[in-house]
Write a protein that binds this ligand. Structure first.
Ligand code: ZN
Length: 102
């Protein structure tokens, strides 16, 4: 769970910052900063990432039904999103070839 992505071509360990920046081009194909080969984000980590994107907004539902103040919920959501963003580079698993989408 807390493993930094490793290039499958040259074994270079991507830093948190490098992965974080690359994350924002929203592509499955990422260029290794060390050997310049293309690395693909594995299907498993893509699935985990989309799970978070769906799951966090869903957390609002039980909070609202417990009558918790919307300011608290808003703060909670922002913190949850920030934590996921910080954590996301650790969820990336690299592969030399692209997995089929399904
Ligand atoms: Zn590499």
């Amino acid at each position: 769970m807390f493993q930094i992505p490793i290039c499958q071509q040259c074994g270079y360990k991507w830093s948190w910052k490098e992965t974080f920046v690359k994350m924002f081009n929203f592509k499955n194909k990422l260029r290794c900063p060390s050997c310049d080969s293309f690395q693909y984000v594995s299907k498993k980590s893509r699935n985990q990432l989309s799970l978070f994107v769906v799951f966090i907004p869903l957390l609002i539902v039980p909070l609202v039904s417990f009558g918790i103040s919307k300011y608290f919920i808003l703060t909670f959501e922002l913190v949850a999103f920030a934590l996921v963003l910080i954590w996301m580079p650790f969820l990336y698993k690299l592969s030399n070839k692209d997995d089929p989408m399904w």
